[in-house]
Design a protein around this ligand. Structure first.
Ligand SMILES: Nc1ncnc2c1ncn2[C@@H]1O[C@H](COP(=O)(O)OP(=O)(O)OP(=O)(O)O)[C@@H](O)[C@H]1O
Length: 625
């Protein structure tokens, strides 16, 4: 990186393009990265690279006109033409923090080094790579202030002197303790004069547009000319504020804020209290939500403690986002929100009969279970586990139970889960930590008494990351689940109101301890006659509706259904049969959309299509595919 021309940045730089914030040389800014291209840049360049060179990236805030362009996050050529001719800042990534919650993203802390101009674009994917020309000298920070000044011509010397004096005047007007002012003064004196416009513009409160103007000013003189009015505006603003304070001493307590964001080579500070106020409002709103969430005392205590920490944290700290996410989840959880059960056994029987044909034994046991629940509301009852071949309606009975009770339904697919953190969540000390599926499910349904269907408990795996079945033991044990503690929450959540139902294809692979906590209800496969009935009562009407057809447009006689079952399906359940009926519906939908009428007579209404055994042959290609 060093040559006779001083320290050099790499000539090929990956570009981080987002509209969030402006990075000026000499300042440190935190950026949140979540667009696909920028994510690729972080994962392929910053996280894989091992050299110092690989931590240097280019940063450019696209002009506002690009932001509304639909190409901004997609294919980007037109907006590129706009950006190519402009100036950016090369920066060094000093910190990369990744998180998966609420969605995958990285947070980058970047320190601006120098300006560059994009000479040409080398590639756009997987991230943007450009050939760049370095515009500022990098060794200016290492050159003592006086040496830099010696080279200045008269006019520039005058300008920089004026700028320095304005910066000192502004510093004197700030409501800060004497040691802090002294520290900033020392910083101001130690900086080479040519870096002052960038450093001061990044510290004072200005719009991104104004900061971009400073960035785009390649000549030092122009940069001073652009930054000086911003500084003067701040001074005028403060003078006005002091005047009003003198007239109204009550406002005396309005203290100007000092923001301790990491700024290179000094620290970033804000020159008015507006932002602080916004943060304050935000914290007050969050505190209100915490008090209004009706959470138990233990959880409330934890939340208030976290809130207190949050208020003291600068927003730029990575932990701020983590704590904020945690508190957001805590207030969103349904600690004491529940739906009222509206159980009527007769209505439940009708509903179960309407939704499912046959399965008499299973329906009888479900009704017994519901009846006992009606008589004894606080039933610490058995967990029902429906065991049977695929497609026999286990999941769908679970859904019907939720409907009969008037409860929310949530399905948790456990097939292939082999990490116990999937159930219990990760501790908050982990990067990308998040709550487990149980807590996530509760957040999704928004009530604390839903019906949770634990689908495919027989397909739980085991790995080095722990045994998820062991974590489920606590969830399903009525003696323990009133104080279920997710690792992410780290406070107990009462799961005793949740109605758990499990499904499995076989009991052979369910861990014995888990099986012991459940009452197994076998759901056998169907006979040919039962399948024909299920098809005509449920599957055909459902498929017609899903494909926008009416019984007047398509009729499948019983013999045809028997034919489909015997010739095209080999299963214990009815899922494959349902798919074949769906295939017939699709083929008929095409004909209906084409306007299938009696040959030539357009005035006649659309004809009903009857799928006879002979016609079935012509659909063979569709349904056996
Ligand atoms: N007795 C029945 N009456 C009405 N529809 C049924 C019946 N049995 C199954 N079905 C229908 O079959 C389809 C498949 O059922 P479901 O998804 O509940 O099967 P499953 O037993 O949970 O299968 P898997 O073990 O693969 O999860 C659903 O559309 C369901 O409505």
């Amino acid at each position: 990186m060093t040559s006779d021309g001083g320290i050099k940045i790499p000539s090929r730089l990956p570009l981080l393009l987002s509209h969030e914030g402006v990075l000026l040389p000499g300042s440190t800014v935190r950026f949140s990265v979540d667009s696909p291209r920028n994510m690729q840049l972080v994962s392929q360049r910053l996280l894989r690279g091992t050299s110092l060179k690989s931590t240097i990236i280019g940063r450019r805030t696209p002009p506002p006109s690009c932001l509304c362009s639909p190409t901004f996050s997609g294919s980007l050529s037109p907006f590129f033409h706009l950006c190519v001719c402009r100036i950016g800042t090369a920066g060094i990534a000093v910190q990369v923090v990744g998180s998966n919650w609420p969605k995958p993203h990285y947070s980058l802390l970047i320190t601006g080094l120098c300006r560059f101009r994009v000479s040409s674009l080398l590639k756009e994917r997987p991230f943007v790579l450009a050939e760049v020309e370095q515009l500022d000298k990098l060794d200016q920070y290492t050159t003592p202030a006086t040496e830099g000044a010696a080279a200045e011509d008269e006019e520039l010397g005058e300008l920089s002197k004026k700028f320095y004096q304005a910066a000192v005047q502004l510093l004197g007007m700030l409501d800060m303790s004497v040691p802090v002012v002294a520290k900033f003064r020392r910083l101001l004196d130690s900086l080479p004069r040519e870096t002052l416009p960038d450093v001061v513009a990044s510290m004072i409160r200005t719009s991104n547009k104004e900061k971009l103007q400073v960035l785009d000013a390649v000549s030092l003189e122009e940069r001073f000319k652009k930054a000086l009015p911003m500084l003067t505006k701040q001074i005028e603003g403060l003078k006005l504020l002091q005047k009003t304070r003198k007239m109204n001493p009550d406002n005396e307590k309005r203290v100007l804020s000092v923001r301790k964001g990491g700024v290179f080579p000094g620290r970033q500070f804000n020159l008015d209290g507006e932002d602080e106020e916004e943060d304050g409002d935000d914290a007050v709103a969050l505190e209100k939500k915490v008090h209004g969430a009706n959470m138990p005392d233990a959880a409330l205590r934890v939340c208030l403690k976290e809130l207190k920490r949050l208020k003291k944290m600068p927003q730029s700290m990575p932990e701020y986002a983590l704590t904020r996410n945690y508190l957001d989840l805590m207030v969103e959880l349904p600690w004491s929100k529940s739906t009222k059960d509206c159980l009527d056994i007769r209505a439940a029987r009708t509903l179960l009969d309407n939704d499912h044909y046959a399965m008499d034994k299973l329906k009888r046991r479900v009704l017994e279970y519901l009846a006992v629940r009606q008589l004894k509301t606080s039933l610490k009852g058995p967990i029902l586990c429906f065991v049977g071949p695929p497609g026999v309606g286990k999941t769908s009975v679970g859904r019907s139970i939720a409907r009969t009770l008037g409860r929310e339904f949530h399905r948790i697919a456990l097939g292939g889960v082999c990490d116990q953190s999937d159930i219990r969540g990760h501790r908050r000390t982990y990067v990308g930590s998040m709550p487990g599926r149980i807590i996530n499910g509760l957040k999704t349904v928004g009530v604390n008494n839903p019906v949770f269907l634990l689908d495919e408990v027989d397909k739980l795996g085991k790995s080095l990351q722990g045994d998820p079945a062991a974590a489920l033991l606590e969830v399903l044990d009525p003696e323990q689940n009133h104080s279920f503690t997710d690792h992410y929450l780290n406070v107990a959540f009462d799961l005793s109101q949740v109605l758990f139902i499990a499904t499995a294809n076989t009991t052979a692979t369910i861990p014995p301890a888990l099986l012991d906590r459940m009452e197994v209800l076998q759901v056998p496969g169907y006979t040919q006659e039962e399948r024909v009935e299920i098809a005509h009562r449920h599957l055909i009407p459902n498929q017609l509706e899903q494909h926008g057809l009416t019984p007047q447009q398509l009729h499948i006689p019983q013999e045809t259904t028997q034919d489909i079952i015997s010739r095209y399906t080999r299963e214990a359940g009815v899922r494959s049969l349902e798919r074949k009926i769906g295939a017939i519906c699709r083929a008929v939908a095409v004909k209906v959309a084409e306007g299938h009428r009696c040959e030539g007579i357009k005035s006649l209404p659309l004809m009903q299509m009857i799928v006879t055994a002979i016609k079935l042959c012509s659909y063979c290609a569709t349904i056996s595919g």
